[in-house]
Design a protein around this ligand. Structure first.
Ligand code: SOE
Length: 403
């Protein structure tokens, strides 16, 4: 029997269901050094939270997160609430000595993210670990792409194109949920899905963005207001309210090496449902990934004779591919939910090993700084804008990696 790791999860929405699945399944497929125990689910509404706890497999439910993070029988706090609450909960949990997993984007503002990264650094000195939930890093295909690039198989990185395309807001009558309100969500497509595109680019290339130039657009300015006061769910009435975030973000960035990357985050690309696509071209080859076909990585090897060149579809389900060996026989596919199990596995392993996992809160802060630079660039009509402290964070990482 391994020592249990008792988890309290704050938040009971879509991400709550996804994280629950990750915690529940990870110990059944991976041989973990400590067993995650789904102890307490915290939500706002007593009856609904208990119902979610029963459905998802949590031991008990509660409505006061402050009380829960102070409980001695809680080791890990998993935060899956809207962005405006991340900083307060994460800092309090770290100060209470709990390991913290926080959904992306880390916060709604750079200031909040910086305070969170500072709290994480202080806690790390006392053996408390923290991590941000950029789960798409943890798919076999994306991790394998990172490994190929790190091994030099693409040569010098020359160009990146990263886009995250959805269409669920194309309907002008879709209601004004919290994701469309700046005070709750921080930003729109930029923070919700553009953050993934930024993180996956930096993860795969091993480089950070140093400058950006971009434009943000709100395509539908007003939407039907939800009947509930929270704006989280409920039916929409005749009243309309202002959308205060972007619907579409287009930007260009420069990586540390000087290579250019182009980004698009849209919830208006009709027909594209959850298309996180990344294409990276180097001097020796290219890689292409599309989340709508998550088990495939397309690899173009320019070192082959001209007559044999062409994109090769690699089915990333071999036992030798990252994470894949613990699941099904070759060719039996993984999907969206598996990233959450891999996230749970990696976090538990880091805690047990006494190691700081990635993406760290410092990584999350850096992504927040990129998003903030895009907003500042857009406000200034698209001028090139420096990503605050990119160099200092990058050099801190290099020091950590070397130690
Ligand atoms: C939004 O639609 C969303 O659920 C994001 O919030 C998630 O991070 C992304 O994985 C899928 O899309």
């Amino acid at each position: 029997m391994t020592q249990p790791l008792r988890i309290a999860m704050i938040g009971a929405g879509f991400m709550g269901a996804a994280h629950s699945q990750g915690w529940r399944v990870a110990p059944r497929f991976f041989d973990l050094p400590r067993t995650p125990e789904m102890s307490i689910l915290v939500g706002r509404d007593t009856a609904r939270t208990q119902q979610c706890a029963d459905t998802w497999g949590w031991g008990e439910s509660a409505t006061d997160w402050r009380e829960v993070i102070d409980r001695p029988d809680v080791d890990v706090v998993d935060i899956v609430t809207p962005g405006d609450t991340h900083a307060e909960i994460a800092i309090a949990a770290l100060e209470a000595g709990k390991h913290v997993l926080c959904e992306k984007p880390l916060a709604n503002t750079v200031d909040e993210a910086r305070r969170m990264a500072d709290a994480a650094a202080t806690a790390a000195a006392n053996g408390i670990r923290s991590m941000v939930g950029f789960t798409y890093r943890r798919l076999p295909a994306t991790t394998f792409a990172r490994d190929l690039i790190a091994a030099g198989r693409l040569g010098e990185i020359r160009q990146v194109r990263a886009e995250y395309l959805q269409d669920w807001l194309s309907d002008a009558e879709a209601p004004l949920t919290w994701r469309l309100q700046k005070d709750r969500a921080g930003s729109g497509a930029l923070g919700d899905i553009g953050a993934h595109a930024v993180d996956i680019t930096e993860f795969m290339t091993g480089q950070r963005l140093t400058r950006v130039a971009g434009v943000l657009e709100t395509i539908i300015a007003e939407r039907p207001v939800l009947a509930t006061s929270s704006g989280l769910s409920g039916s929409a009435g005749a009243e309309r309210g202002a959308v205060t975030v972007d619907d579409l973000a287009l930007f260009t960035g420069r990586l540390e090496s000087g290579a250019l990357a182009s980004f698009e985050a849209s919830r208006f690309r009709l027909g594209r449902k959850n298309g996180l696509r990344v294409e990276i071209a180097g001097s020796l080859g290219s890689l292409s990934f599309d989340l709508e076909s998550p088990n495939e990585l397309h690899y173009y090897d320019a070192t082959l004779p001209d007559t044999e060149q062409g994109f090769r579809r690699i089915l990333v389900t071999e036992p030798g591919h990252p994470y894949a060996g613990s699941w099904w026989p070759t060719g039996h596919m993984l999907g969206y939910e598996h990233g959450f199990s891999h996230q749970a596995k990696d976090f538990v392993e880091a805690i047990a090993a006494g190691a700081d996992p990635r993406p760290s809160f410092a990584d999350g802060l850096h992504v927040q700084e990129v998003l903030d630079a895009v907003v500042r660039s857009s406000d200034a009509d698209g001028v090139w804008t420096g990503v605050e402290s990119a160099t200092s964070v990058a050099s801190v990482d290099r020091v950590l990696a070397a130690s």
